[in-house]
Design a protein around this ligand. Structure first.
Ligand SMILES: Cc1cc2nc3c(=O)[nH]c(=O)nc-3n(C[C@H](O)[C@H](O)[C@H](O)COP(=O)(O)OP(=O)(O)OC[C@H]3O[C@@H](n4cnc5c(N)ncnc54)[C@H](O)[C@@H]3O)c2cc1C
Length: 466
């Protein structure tokens, strides 16, 4: 007797929903994706701007997390993988209206060399001393979760938090380091602390292992994009999954009968919520108000990218390196900036220079949420020109991509929150979560969640297992 494959409704056609459909189909299930908008990819969005290739959301995969790269290879995109120009890899910190090179020899924000810390103008004498004392101090981790701010302060002091860890690590999540869960965001740093006591010593040991891999020729560049932009990834999934995808369908109703789910009236065995938590809340709240309430608890912060194309011939000097991040507390809407063509080749048209500004924090939230794109352009440009006066006052082209409440808050206790959601999902039966609100915000984290989900529902073929 043959049994029919389990049917799975996937709500949301961002990278989480699409890769869930990909891996579920591989595992023998029968998935169907519902996407509210007319395009797939969610926050992954690439477009052409004055002959240049620009990204409105992610610009790369962080190679340290291999799942996004694995998926690219499975989809036949190996030839299109585009490593960052690591020979130009350097970036700066914007502090008190000036750009300071990020101290050389730091891995993340953890110093591995003394001289660059002693000579940087980013830290005061006291700040430098506090950082360099780290290997000689005892670090007592608290019971349970800890914020990024407390963790960094315990090891390296307040200046290291405001000028190194906050911009670098807090910037990835767009969150407030005082309320960002270390357990959910950087568990590897916690493990280093547990194993070595000192992060400086722990990182040194990790770097030795990484160097050995490099010698064996297996260390790729830090960031990897795709020749046609990040959008190539969802596009490749769409072309493989076409018959499984429905665009322009915003799911509005969820019901649960004895052993089946109903999604806008259509029956399925399983439901995957590949939606931001707050967008999933009113839907699942129709079935289980307590789950709806839990999902509603997740906070989010707003951000925008402002892509600016300038004529190179109008610039006296061209910025070097990959870009910069702003020290905390932020004094303008400018959180950071990437010099796009320095980071990835093939992005700029002839005689153009492309910058991608990240706007966010309290100075930008109102403008992002109320859709004031002209103001985001003028304020972003003003903040950039205050630092780099050689940037012309009028771009040849620009694009503002807003993400109101688009960055999920990984607040203290985030993993307990996920565990509560999972416990309620088990109670309801055949309900699953996948995506940036839950177990990691990076594209690769979303792909990993999709893989794990498919593995938990069926047999993922050998070639997809990590
Ligand atoms: C500015 C920015 C820069 C970033 N940079 C990087 C980076 O460089 N590298 C990296 O790895 N990550 C980066 N990220 C993070 C990463 O891009 C996102 O976390 C990830 O793309 C989110 O994917 P997702 O599928 O979980 O959610 P989303 O992409 O938000 O997709 C959710 C989808 O659900 C749909 N939807 C909503 N409601 C409904 C409904 N009721 N019915 C049907 N569909 C619905 C939405 O239309 C959307 O398409 C960045 C994020 C931002 C905002």
């Amino acid at each position: 007797m043959t049994t029919s494959p389990p049917t799975v409704a996937i709500l949301g056609g961002g990278i989480a929903g699409l890769s869930a459909a990909w891996y579920l189909r591989k595992s023998g299930a029968s998935p169907k994706v519902f996407e509210a908008s007319d395009r797939f990819g969610g926050k992954i969005v690439t477009r052409e701007l004055a002959g240049c290739l620009v990204e409105g959301g992610p610009d790369s995969l962080l190679t340290e997390k291999p799942w996004g790269l694995d998926l690219c290879r499975e989809l036949g995109l190996e030839e299109n993988l585009l490593p960052s120009n690591d020979n130009q890899r350097s970036f700066s910190i914007l502090h008190r209206h000036a750009l300071h090179p990020f101290p050389a020899g730091c891995k993340l924000f953890i110093p591995q060399k003394v001289t660059p810390i002693l000579t940087t103008r980013l830290l005061s004498a006291g700040g430098k001393a506090r950082m360099l004392m780290e290997p000689f101090l005892r670090h007592r981790a608290p019971e349970g979760d800890e914020s990024l701010a407390d963790f960094t302060r315990r090891h390296f002091g307040q200046q290291a938090l405001d000028r190194l860890a906050g911009p670098l690590l807090g910037g990835i999540y767009g969150g407030d380091p005082e309320d960002m869960s270390m357990a959910a965001t950087f568990p590897r740093l916690q493990s280093l602390e547990q194993k070595h006591g000192s992060l400086v010593k722990g990182m040194a040991s990790m770097m030795r292992a990484a160097k050995a891999r490099q010698r064996a020729g297996s260390a790729p560049s830090l960031f990897t994009s795709l020749t046609g932009g990040m959008q190539m990834l969802p596009d490749a999934l769409v072309s493989q999954l076409e018959e499984r995808l429905t665009a322009n369908h915003r799911v509005t109703s969820l019901e649960k009968t004895q052993d089946r789910w109903r999604v806008d009236g259509q029956a399925f065995d399983h439901v995957v919520l590949a939606l931001p938590a707050r967008q999933a809340a009113p839907l699942i709240g129709q079935v289980d108000p307590e789950t709806g309430r839990l999902l509603q608890e997740q906070t989010g912060s707003s951000s925008a990218t402002l892509s600016l194309v300038f004529h190179r011939s109008e610039m006296r000097t061209l910025p070097k390196g990959f870009g910069f991040m702003a020290a905390h507390p932020l004094s303008s809407p400018l959180v950071g900036c990437t010099w796009t063509g320095n980071k990835f080749s093939g992005r700029e048209a002839e005689d153009t220079f492309v910058c991608r500004l990240f706007l966010g924090g309290s100075h930008a939230a109102g403008m992002i949420e109320s859709g004031e794109e002209d103001r985001l352009l003028s304020e972003g440009l003003k903040a950039l020109r205050a630092i780099c006066p050689d940037i012309p006052d009028t771009p040849a082209a620009h694009w503002v991509q807003r993400w109101p409440n688009g960055n999920p808050g990984y607040r203290l206790g985030h993993l307990d929150w996920v565990a509560k959601l999972e416990a309620r999902a088990n109670m309801l039966g055949n309900l699953h979560y996948c995506g940036s609100s839950y177990l990691g915000v990076s594209v690769s984290d979303c792909v990993k969640q999709a893989r794990d989900l498919a593995a938990s529902l069926g047999n993922v073929p050998e070639d997809s297992q990590g």
